[in-house]
Write a protein of this length. Structure first.
Length: 285
């Protein structure tokens, strides 16, 4: 079966940037790009272009124009387009099940027109059982050779998250940086003044555990340079800080059975809203 990367388009700049990122990803993965638009209320940003046309006609034209542009900029890319006349969340979730990756546009904080970058986008990202990458239009393109940064937990490591991160680093021919953020409690005798000493005491042991966790993956991906980092800080801000010179940030999220609701977790939510580079959410049980 042909490998597919699915992109949801709604006519916004965020979605266009997501399609461009997905096109490059499709070439790296030797996959076909599938562009879809779910027919519902038209974004305010494009209402003025609909005079004398139906929404479906506008959607088909938008998809065709995007596909032609991507083919021209990425020779050899296979692109298909489709308008899905149904509710966005279940439509995108169902379509994603036929793909190996879903790519959506995103924007940090604030409200903008377009159904893929607000509550619907978060609901889809929290419901689909495939990896989802959210791409921002602001801030320019991430460094082409920037590291893949992955958040992990040495206490409860998740193979699916590490597998996705290592595979991304491998196809991009870049390095991987695994980060574990340990947030120490301030109760039970821990005081802010003690944190530096605690860090010195626990960080080496945790780093050894993280190195041990990475060793089997290093053996599986010998061409990927993998480094480990430990920080005594909240995971969200630490991952956002590490994203500065990265090409992609990878975080895990627990699979939810509900088709609605933004069940992505506090760390993933913080990274999505503040990361300057694309963020991959990898589901796991």
């Amino acid at each position: 079966m042909t490998r597919n990367i699915l992109v949801g388009l709604d006519g916004t700049e965020q979605a266009k940037t997501a399609a461009e990122w997905a096109a490059e990803e499709a070439l790296l993965r030797d996959a076909r790009l599938r562009l879809v638009h779910v027919q519902e209320q038209v974004p305010e940003a494009v209402v003025s272009f609909l005079v004398g046309r139906t929404e479906e006609a506008w959607a088909e034209e938008m998809l065709a124009r995007t596909a032609d542009g991507l083919r021209g900029r990425h020779p050899g890319l296979m692109v298909t387009t489709e308008v899905l006349p149904t509710d966005p969340v279940p439509a995108l979730v169902a379509a994603a099940e036929e793909s190996e990756l879903l790519v959506l546009g995103s924007r940090a904080l604030g409200s903008v027109a377009g159904y893929l970058i607000g509550s619907v986008g978060l609901s889809v990202a929290g419901a689909v059982e495939r990896p989802v990458v959210l791409v921002r239009a602001a801030g320019g393109a991430p460094p082409a050779q920037g590291a893949v940064v992955v958040g992990t937990d040495v206490r409860q490591p998740v193979d699916a998250v590490l597998a996705f991160a290592f595979e991304e680093a491998a196809v991009r021919r870049t390095r991987l940086h695994a980060l574990y953020a340990l947030q120490l409690p301030l109760s039970a005798g821990w005081g802010p003044a003690m944190v530096p000493d605690i860090h010195l005491a626990v960080a080496p042991e945790i780093r050894r555990s993280l190195e041990d966790l990475l060793d089997p993956w290093r053996a599986k991906y010998p061409d990927v340079e993998a480094t480990a980092g430990v920080a005594v800080r909240s995971a969200g801000p630490e991952l956002v800080g590490a994203a500065g010179d990265a090409s992609l940030v990878v975080v895990g999220r627990r699979t939810r059975r509900s088709a609605r609701g933004a069940h992505i977790g506090s760390v993933a939510h913080a990274v999505l809203h503040h990361s300057p580079v694309p963020v991959a959410l990898v589901p796991h049980t």
